[in-house]
Ligand binder design. Structure first.
Ligand SMILES: [Zn+2]
Length: 217
């Protein structure tokens, strides 16, 4: 009992999956705090309140993984491949498996220390002032120790896979969801602990449907 309680408390420490969004304006970047206040909208909005999107038109997206153990790498890759499999227009290539030359790059950094002790991961997204496309390269940061599973009885549902899928969905233009009407419905709910309390530790059917709708089968 006590052990379980402790486990819960530990999980509470690593709960928030953040998003930093900025706009590129004539070289300088302006971070917008307006965009994400309510967390009610499904898509990240551009400067002109149009839904943003990742440009996948130039083919493969290169993923660089930094500071992961082999065990962690396997979980990260499986999580990303699951999203890749949803749409033929989303293709990820891991740079440690295949060397490709492209400027469509996502860097994922592990063992990052965050100022906020509750942060499990975040992503820096930049959206151009003039287009709806999210700009490359994209950097995702993850806290150390996410390999712990949500549930001691189910080792497959790790915080690492939860957070990676959440952050990758950000790169596809999906917003943090903060209102309770989204609880239990999407992996984009911003609090991993509350989300797991409502049975969501993975992509939901709604998430899969929305990715396919936005990017094509
Ligand atoms: Zn988030």
């Amino acid at each position: 009992m006590l052990k379980n309680k402790k486990h819960c408390k530990l999980a509470k420490i690593i709960g928030i999956i953040g998003l930093a969004l900025s706009f590129i304006m004539s070289g300088a970047s302006l971070t917008s705090s307006l965009i994400n206040i309510t967390g009610n909208s499904r898509y990240i909005k551009s400067m002109f309140f149009i839904d943003t999107k990742l440009d996948t038109s130039k083919g493969d997206i290169k993923i660089n993984l930094y500071d992961f153990t082999d065990e962690e790498k396997a979980i990260v890759k499986d999580s990303i491949k699951e999203i890749d499999d949803l749409s033929s227009r989303i293709n990820y290539v891991f740079s440690d498996e295949e060397d490709i030359s492209t400027n469509q790059v996502i860097n994922i950094y592990n063992n990052i220390e965050f100022k906020n002790s509750k942060t499990a991961g975040d992503v820096d997204l930049r959206s151009s002032f003039f287009t709806i496309n999210i700009q490359y390269p994209i950097n995702i940061n993850l806290r150390e120790g996410l390999i712990n599973s949500h549930d001691e009885n189910d080792k497959s549902a790790t915080l690492l896979s939860h957070v990676v899928k959440h952050e990758i969905m950000h790169t596809l233009g999906f917003n943090d969801l903060r209102t309770d009407r989204w609880l239990g419905k999407s992996i984009m709910y911003y609090d991993t602990d509350k989300s797991s309390d409502y049975g969501v530790v993975d992509l939901t059917e709604l998430d899969k449907k929305d990715i396919i709708e936005r990017y094509g089968e």
